[in-house]
Design a protein. Sequence first.
Length: 414
Amino acid sequence: MLELILVEEWAQFAVRWLHVITAIAWIGSSFYFIALDLGLRRAANLPAGVQGEEWQVHGGGFYHIQKYLVAPAHLPEHLTWFKWESYATWLSGVALLVLVYYLGADLYLVDPAVLDLPVWGAIAISAGSLGVGWVAYDLICKSRLGSDNTRLMILLYVILVAMAWGYTQVFSGRAALLHLGAFTATIMTANVFLIIIPNQKIVVRDLRSGRTPDPKYGRIAKQRSTHNNYLTLPVLFLMLSNHYPLAFASQWNWLIASLVFLMGVTIRHYFNTVHAGAGNPRWTWAATAALFLAIMGLSLAPLYSETDSPEEAAALTGRAARFAADDGFDDVYYTIAGRCSMCHAQRPAWEGMIHPPKGVVLETEADVARHARQIFLQAGLTHAMPPANVSYMEPAERKAIVAWYRSVVEGEPG
């Protein structure tokens, strides 16, 4: 049992690493091609059908790039497709969602103080919402509303704000913001898998058959690619937010997430305008700073209730109750109270700290039982906590934590 827990921890590490690597590849190629597309220049004697060209220097060499408005007259022998970066990012993200939020649903996904859902129900809502989001977005894009990009983006923003609020009414704050990021990322990857790549394949097929490709496929793909470009930065913020309780644990977390989407627009608007040679809109940085200050202000609202309500106390899982009932629990609880609760408290006593790290509160016996696994991994098996051992946790105390956790886990069936 204990070995499986450690394997699961390393699986999370490996999948998270893969997710970050593939995300870097996808975001990097997305930003590069948007900048390239906006920076194309018209020049004399360009081949027929060429929209523009760009000369670039990198890695000690020069690159001459030309973009055809629809397609070249003849298909080149070799084509490089940019799709696996997106697919691998989404697949690794879903794997991480399963490992962290589905397998750890009692701790990370379900918050009885928000909505007391069964684990299977929370997982069903999680998975279903991701698919429904794409269907709704795609239908709107293909409707008459999709002909106006500005109107379409405003409507999409309204949907994202509604989803931000909706997720916070169902899941824990940490899971709510993470799911909003997954909701958005699913739309982005579906754009690639179901619209952009298929449209490009239609153009390739027409060329191979000797037909003139219809330019509408390129226009549609470009629209979806532009949407992805503006959604990328908010997704990054939302995926990182689970490490920062100031973002996910605020009572205004849905509004914070909504403002983050606006920051993504202002930042991308600046770079896209500059890359297009259409000016230097410095006002966007002032707008971004104002939005960020507004987010900081919202986070100062009370983050946690004073005490657990009777309903929250009753919502402890049976497993947590077993941890609290173990013979070694009293010693562990007093260790945590003395070594950890000065930081992991609703009002931390540690100088310069105003909120508990990662939103973890370890004041009551129920708190310690609820976070048994984290305590075992962070302060028992490893010395990750307390940071730099600032509260001087003794080796014997760490051994007691390991023994306590092991006695309960190894005594469980399965």
